[in-house]
Design a binder for this molecule. Structure first.
Ligand code: AMP
Ligand code: SF4
Length: 473
């Protein structure tokens, strides 16, 4: 049985070549990428002859003990991974980096994204006798890499990468080479940096800040960069078919505001999304507040554009994980209540604009409108700094199924009634892309807002996957 749920992964990756403290820097970098994955974490290191790893479930501090980190000291090359909790198979076998011991040599692999033809390839490989240890799509890539026939490792890497479809920002560690690759649509971010003369790569630049590394540049769609020897770097492409389909949700919600894409901070992008929403919304109000933390910048931008004062009207309990992680809806509702608390003095008697980055199931917005009203708000106008989420994501972000997506099931007017707001306004799709272009983005995937999927979703056409979907798995 194929667990297609296991294919849903949102993750963070890191890699470093030829640094005396490779494992410790990887640990520190993963810590700053923790928002990209809280279900499990791991590190794989190389001493030039063999690969060694440590991985575990939970937050990084739970997943890797001090003793395990200690055991990885002295190795100069490392990769690391944090994995997001979704409805998928939550088990240690799926925690990355994967470490394969093979007669051709050891291989470590860490992947962020989602392959859209993994089940199809897995079928083919299994029929030829391959045995898989996990339900993860990433293992398919590892099999393809190991099966390469050429004595040249990069030739095998290119051949494997050309067989997989979907979204992937990957780091691959061999005993004598580290490779970093971004899929030819550039869906997930991947950045190149340098620390103490050693090269490093990370999903987001906040990881570079954490270890004192310099952010060199974004790795381009289709680019395959390899590191070897002392500090040799080789820039190449695995594909000539290059498209720019950076995930819009990375800008809107997922990435950390202090991270930079194309040398622009996510902080400023989110502020500009708030400004654009304000220009489209046209509303009179006394205060504007953001849902902490991901929407504080959009609320600031909204305030700058309209002149409506920006207040902190909601306080966030920092010690609760993301509400999305909880699989059960009734628990999710209680968690949202624990998570955001209104400040009555700020809210009472006011016409409030509240900005959030997105509505998924509507749990957060329903609670927030109710909480603001019971704190005495005269009116509550909800502004969303992205368009309605109407379609699922197959490229590595857990944007639910049609049945769970509120905007897939209801009109904006119906949603306004359901969440109890006096008005509900979304940013337009065009407005969102205009903002991204201001920040030098060359093109973005917007499939969860439009249904225009830029990469073929092969697996979901397979009969057995259709059957799983029909049964609601
Ligand atoms: P909901 O309460 O189900 O409507 O979810 C909305 C909240 O979830 C928003 O406040 C977002 O900040 C957050 N959110 C949006 N997309 C995701 C995602 N893919 N994973 C986790 N949280 C998300
Ligand atoms: Fe991002 Fe949405 Fe595209 Fe998925 S479908 S990659 S969440 S923009």
């Amino acid at each position: 049985m194929y667990d297609i749920r296991g294919l849903n992964e949102e993750c963070g990756v890191f890699g470093i070549w030829n640094h005396p403290h490779a494992a410790t820097l990887t640990y520190m970098a993963l810590h700053s990428l923790q928002h990209r994955g809280q279900e499990g974490a791991g590190i794989v290191c190389s001493n030039g002859e063999s690969l060694f790893g440590a991985r575990g479930m939970g937050l990084l501090t739970e997943a890797i003990s001090d003793a395990q980190l200690e055991s990885l000291q002295g190795f100069q090359n490392a990769i690391g991974h944090v994995r997001y909790a979704t409805t998928g198979a939550s088990e240690i076998a799926n925690v990355q980096p994967f470490l394969f011991k093979h007669s051709k040599g050891d291989l470590g692999l860490a992947h962020n994204g989602n392959l859209t033809n993994a089940v199809q390839i897995r079928h083919a490989l299994e029929s030829e006798g391959s045995v898989f240890q996990t339900t993860s799509d990433s293992e398919v890539l590892a099999h393809l890499l190991i099966r390469g026939k050429s004595p040249n490792i990069k030739t095998n890497q290119k051949a494997a990468l050309n067989q997989v479809k979907g979204a992937f920002s990957c780091v691959m560690l061999n005993t004598n080479q580290l490779a970093a690759v971004r899929d030819n649509n550039g869906v997930r971010p991947l950045m190149l940096g340098e620390v103490d003369g050693a090269y490093c790569v990370a999903s987001e630049t906040c990881a570079f800040q954490a270890i004192g590394a310099t952010y060199i540049r974004d790795i381009e769609p289709g680019e395959l960069i390899t590191f070897s020897g002392e500090n040799d770097i080789d820039y190449d492409y695995y594909s000539t078919n290059i498209n720019h389909n950076m995930c819009s949700m990375e800008y809107v919600y997922f990435a950390r505001p202090d991270s930079e894409f194309h040398k622009h901070s996510i902080y400023n992008v989110r502020k500009a999304l708030g400004k654009k929403l304000a220009s489209e919304m046209g509303i009179e109000a006394d205060i504007v507040i953001g849902v902490p933390d991901s929407s504080l910048q959009a609320a600031k931008g909204f305030s700058e554009y309209t002149g409506i004062p920006n207040e902190q009207g909601l306080l966030k309990n920092r010690y609760i994980g993301r509400t999305f992680i909880t699989p059960d809806q009734s628990v999710r509702e209680k968690q949202v209540r624990m998570k955001h608390s209104p400040i009555r003095d700020v809210i009472e008697g006011k016409r409030v604009v509240v900005i959030d980055d997105s509505i998924v199931r509507g749990t957060t917005s329903k609670y927030i409108v109710k909480a603001l009203k019971s704190a005495g708000a005269k009116e509550v106008h909800m502004g969303i700094s992205s368009p309605p989420l109407v379609d699922p994501c197959y490229y590595g972000i857990d944007v639910s199924t049609h049945a769970e997506l509120m905007a897939a099931q209801h009109t904006v007017e119906e949603m306004k009634e359901m969440i109890g707001a006096d008005s509900l306004t979304y940013l337009s799709v065009e407005g969102m892309h205009e903002v991204f272009r201001e920040f030098d983005s060359k093109g973005e995937c917007d499939a969860c807002f439009t249904g225009n999927y830029p990469i073929e979703i092969v697996d979901h056409q397979l009969p057995e996957v259709k059957e799983l979907k029909r049964r609601g798995v």
